[in-house]
Design a protein around this ligand. Structure first.
Ligand code: NAP
Length: 670
């Protein structure tokens, strides 16, 4: 039942005012779906470029927008006047056109299911379905899963397992849920991908008060997930996993974990590890820091209640975290010294720090399915066809600084932005222009009007690019011996991103350590999740799944979790005990990754960041078109009624067929 009291109590003026704040394209799609009004097709559209290279179709001109808004007002008033009861989504056969109208593009038939998922019209589209809906087979009761981590990925695994009726327990080192959003509490911390797509499918209607929600809102969402879907009681908090080993005789994983009262052992038939890879702080040693009299800490260990008013603060490190935090610290601290080794390309987002106008959240609550169409529209902009050209090198393009014509355009725009802010300070401007091309490091989103770039002009902020010499009792000394007197040192030095699963000790068949498997050139996995010799072991946000296109990380986590559950269901239904990828499949898949990676701008030799590991490849990023990943991860056990071989765009067919992630093919079941 919809909670309709708010809409029933709304006057016409409230509805009209709210609709004025809506995106006419999202309204167009949802109205077409709910009413079938063919006149909506006649809207004139235009194309704008967003984020430097992604094309976005918009309604052209106020007349066309006003016509759509007029229809939306009329619809909502009449829905209110009819009692605002539950409203079905309308004909399934119309959805492809409705989604297409919301984005001003045809949805290819072979992508429809994928985009329908993104719309979250079915909040459980990425869950597990049993042949008899809602009823797990009896054998499921004897199969236990251990989930490691209760952040975004681990909570989703818990929710999906619970819904599927498969027994599980979650082991979480922290005292509460939230993962990253529990750990990172530095000033200014917020998500910098659109919040509309930063929720699981079943969270589509959870209110997002900001276009880019602060950590507290993200944490609130994850607590809502834990409570709404009843998994909090399945989580063992204060439980830090130390080791995971495969017991061949019992075909079980034996997990040891530290708890405040001592060590505990958990046995499970399968492990889903969701520990993240931007999780363990990278804490470099600076000479003399042990003698520092003030406080020093990593950004992910921000001391509760720390008051920076009147303090002199050094920030070492200028990735997303440093750039996000510095303008907030500069509001309070007496002085901020910014120690920057490598500048990062910044992308201004108007309203990055501001909440949505209240009319936007009002409409999300009261216009049926508008949140679904808005989410879909935000997700669709990231589609591989619209993203990969901006992320790849054009081997025929010649330029000293850029790697393709799009890349050059992005670079020129970025420099124009920096120049608009710092043009009168050529000393600062020069230091803020990265040497490596855009997209070779994580793009850093900033507020257009108040960001690190603006505060560099403040009297209380000093940019230092000479590096840290050593730390004394009350200062940081530069290599030339000059001193920056400081009370607090903040290490915004990132995470041990390339040490996947570390510091857990993970041993598969025959005691093989995961580090041995990865000894050649760093962490890899089969489709980002499975390891040969490590049966029934699934990594969420594993190697090469940090996606820069196609879908948000959370979507990747959802489809990987579905893959894990489909595998588990396949075992339960067939009576087998274990499933794992063959070594051949692991390397064949990784050959595809390596081939695609050669084209990626993040492999540029001028770049040096966690996108590349010590072996000159990326263990983090996903270079493959995400339509491949979605298809590969869809049906490992051949459980879907519509068959295991969905249609795929012809340009992807060769890659698609190189991998055969099915029981009896790339996946061995025993
Ligand atoms: P990061 O991108 O790895 O940046 C670490 C910074 O520390 C770099 O500037 C690095 O300089 C510097 N550094 C490392 N070791 C150093 C040393 N020994 N001496 C001096 N400087 C040193 O880490 P991050 O900023 O925490 O971001 C990590 C990722 O977390 C992001 O890419 C993003 O995916 C995520 N994140 C997201 C958000 C968001 O959504 N808003 C916010 C924060 C983080 P060099 O570059 O010269 O090595």
């Amino acid at each position: 039942m919809r909670d309709n009291a708010e809409l029933l109590g709304a006057g016409d003026a409230t509805i009209e005012e709210a609709v004025r704040h809506a995106d006419p394209m999202a309204l167009r799609g949802v109205l077409y779906q709910l009413t079938g009004d063919e006149d909506l097709r006649e809207t004139e559209l235009t194309t704008v470029v967003a984020g430097g290279f992604r094309e976005l179709r918009m309604v052209a001109g106020e007349d066309h927008a006003a016509r759509i808004r007029g229809k939306a007002e009329e619809f909502l008033k009449s829905y209110r006047d009819s009692g605002a009861g539950d409203l079905p989504i309308g004909p399934a056969a119309r959805l492809r056109d409705s989604l297409g109208l919301a984005v001003g593009d045809q949805i290819p038939a072979e992508e429809l299911e994928q985009w329908l998922e993104e719309s979250a019209i079915d909040p459980w589209a990425r869950g597990l379905a049993w042949p008899e809906p809602g009823s797990a087979p009896a054998a499921a009761a004897g199969f236990k899963v251990a989930v490691i981590g209760a952040g975004m990925g681990g909570l989703n695994a818990a929710v999906q397992l619970k819904r599927a009726g498969i027994p599980f327990t979650v082991l979480e080192k922290n005292p509460s849920v939230g993962g990253t959003w529990w750990e990172n509490r530095y000033p200014g911390v917020r998500v910098d991908t659109p919040s509309r797509t930063y929720a699981h499918l079943y969270g589509v209607n959870f209110e997002k008060p900001y276009p880019y929600c602060p950590a507290s809102e993200n944490e609130k969402y994850l607590n809502w997930v834990a409570d709404t879907f009843g998994v909090r009681g399945d989580i063992q908090f204060h439980t830090e996993v130390r080791s995971i080993g495969w017991d061949e005789g019992d075909a079980q994983w034996v997990i040891t974990a530290d708890q405040p009262g001592g060590s505990v052992t958990v046995r499970a038939n399968a492990v889903i590890t969701a520990v993240g890879f931007l999780s363990r702080p990278n804490v470099p040693h600076f000479d003399g820091i042990e003698n520092f009299h003030g406080s020093w800490f990593h950004t992910a260990r921000w001391p509760a209640g720390l008051d920076l008013v009147g303090k002199r603060v050094a920030v070492i490190g200028t990735g997303c975290t440093g750039y996000q935090m510095i303008p907030e610290i500069a509001r309070e601290a007496e002085h901020v010294y910014v120690f920057q080794r490598t500048p990062n390309w910044v992308y201004e987002a108007p309203g990055y720090l501001a909440p949505f106008p209240e009319q936007v959240t009002w409409l999300d609550r009261n216009f049926p399915y508008l949140a679904n169409f808005s989410r879909f529209r935000a997700a669709h902009m990231q589609r591989p066809q619209n993203s990969l050209p901006g992320l790849q090198v054009d081997p025929d393009f010649r330029d000293e600084h850029a790697v393709s014509s799009i890349n050059k355009k992005i670079r020129d725009q970025r420099i124009a932005f920096l120049t608009s802010k710092l043009g009168h300070r050529p000393d600062l401007l020069e230091k803020m222009i990265p040497k490596a091309p855009p997209m070779s490091a994580r793009p850093v989103l900033i507020d257009k009007d108040y960001s690190v770039i603006d505060v560099l002009l403040n009297d209380n902020v000093t940019l230092i690019t000479e590096g840290v010499g050593r730390v004394t009792e009350d200062a940081i000394e530069l290599p030339d011996g000059s001193r920056c007197p400081v009370d607090v040192i903040v290490l915004a030095t990132g995470f041990r991103a390339n040490d996947f699963l570390w510091p857990m000790e993970v041993r598969g068949r025959g005691g093989q350590r995961v580090e041995d498997l990865w000894a050649q050139d760093g962490a890899r996995a089969y489709i980002g999740t499975m390891l040969p010799g490590f049966p029934n072991f699934f990594i969420i946000y594993g190697p090469n799944t940090n996606l820069l296109q196609g879908m948000q990380i959370i979507g990747m986590e959802e489809i990987t979790t579905r893959f894990a559950l489909e595998n588990i269901a396949g075992l339960i239904e067939s009576g087998h005990r274990s499933v794992e990828a063959t070594a051949d499949a692991y390397w064949r898949y990784n050959a595809e990754v390596d081939r695609a990676e050669k084209l990626m701008t993040y492999m540029d030799p001028r770049a040096s960041n966690y996108y590349q590991n010590d072996y000159g490849r990326s263990a983090a990023n996903g270079p493959l078109d995400t339509r491949l990943l979605w298809n590969w991860l869809r049906d490992p056990a051949g459980r879907r009624p519509d068959g295991a071989t969905p249609a795929i765009d012809p340009s992807l067919r060769d890659s698609y067929q190189a991998i055969d992630p099915h029981f009896g093919a790339d996946l061995i079941v025993r």
